[in-house]
Design a protein around this ligand. Structure first.
Ligand SMILES: [Zn+2]
Length: 320
């Protein structure tokens, strides 16, 4: 009898525990975890919550729309002669990107270029499907070094268990210093390695009710790969400080940058909330040269430290 009671108590206790877990999971679906910013939640506590990732598209400038899911940016640049897309997200959220393009009033069949910032799956995994949605005519473009990374992903199946989407092979190869023209829009291409060997950056002009601002997509905003990658990244940051300190609109590839987060919680959703409440005559919250220069200082200091630490690691004796 006593045993039965104990068993019953255990069963009831267990059920209560399961109930609590469900309540907690339910509460978590609603938003950021304690201490997390909204942008951070997309790459943190809500990382695997596909419904949560499906954020509505945002018109940020006359000619710049956010059409990505929450965790990785996809930028749409409409021109007088078709659409340019920067990055493509990855499965299972590529249909969401296509839907966001349509909701913004554009037709994926008019996409002429899909420019890839770098060869990591979260940025290129949707490009094959989006190219198909364009009718096969969109050119997918990346720098040479990162095409090699992308091709490796599709040539070596079985690495990891992520959905790699529609296969993608070398299409259009971008070059440092190249100008890409579509309609009246000009986009300048730069090679800024360090996150990957061929991270690309794109400079162009955005318009706020007709008023022009200098914008730049910095393609790989955090160092990787020890001394070599760190040193490359440091050179890229110093080049940005030297030649691109006048950028007014940093167009980031993630709202939350894991390596060097931007102040204010995030680079996209937080200013977008301000933009939604902006009154006529008020400044555009994405136009922020001061924040860009401050971010470059933080990134430079952080990378100097990263390279020093990476060098120390390579000097350590293998065993003792
Ligand atoms: Zn990356």
């Amino acid at each position: 009898m006593k045993t039965t009671m104990r068993t019953l108590t255990c069963v009831v206790g267990g059920l209560m525990a399961i109930g609590l877990i469900q309540i907690r999971a339910g509460a978590q679906q609603a938003g950021p975890a304690p201490g997390e910013s909204l942008s951070q939640s997309y790459r943190g506590s809500q990382r695997d919550n596909d419904a949560y990732q499906k954020v509505p598209p945002i018109k940020v400038f006359d000619n710049l729309y956010y059409v990505g899911p929450g965790d990785v940016a996809v930028w749409l640049i409409p021109t007088t002669d078709g659409l340019i897309l920067v990055d493509s997200a990855q499965e299972p959220l590529v249909d969401h990107v296509l839907e966001s393009i349509r909701k913004s009033g554009f037709d994926p069949r008019n996409i002429k270029y899909i420019l890839l910032t770098h060869g990591h799956l979260d940025h290129f995994g949707g490009a094959g499907k989006i190219k198909a949605a364009s009718g096969g005519t969109a050119r997918v473009a990346a720098l040479d070094e990162d095409w090699t990374l992308i091709e490796t992903t599709y040539k070596n199946p079985g690495r990891g268990n992520q959905d790699r989407g529609v296969a993608l092979m070398r299409d259009m190869v971008l070059r440092e210093g190249q100008t890409l023209t579509l309609g009246k829009t000009e986009l300048k291409v730069y090679k800024m390695p360090g996150h990957t060997p061929g991270s690309a950056s794109f400079a162009f002009t955005v318009f706020d009710n007709g008023r022009p601002h200098k914008a730049l997509v910095f393609g790989g905003p955090g160092q990787r790969n020890g001394v070599e990658g760190g040193t490359q990244f440091l050179e890229s940051i110093r080049r940005l400080k030297r030649d691109f300190s006048d950028i007014e609109v940093p167009v980031h590839v993630h709202s939350y940058l894991n390596t060097y987060p931007v102040p204010g919680g995030g680079a996209i959703f937080e200013p977008a909330q301000k933009l939604a409440q902006r009154k006529p005559g008020e400044p555009h919250p994405f136009v922020d040269n001061k924040a860009w220069r401050a971010w470059l200082d933080v990134a430079e200091a952080g990378t100097v430290k990263y390279v020093e630490e990476a060098k120390l690691k390579t000097q350590q004796p293998r065993s003792n």
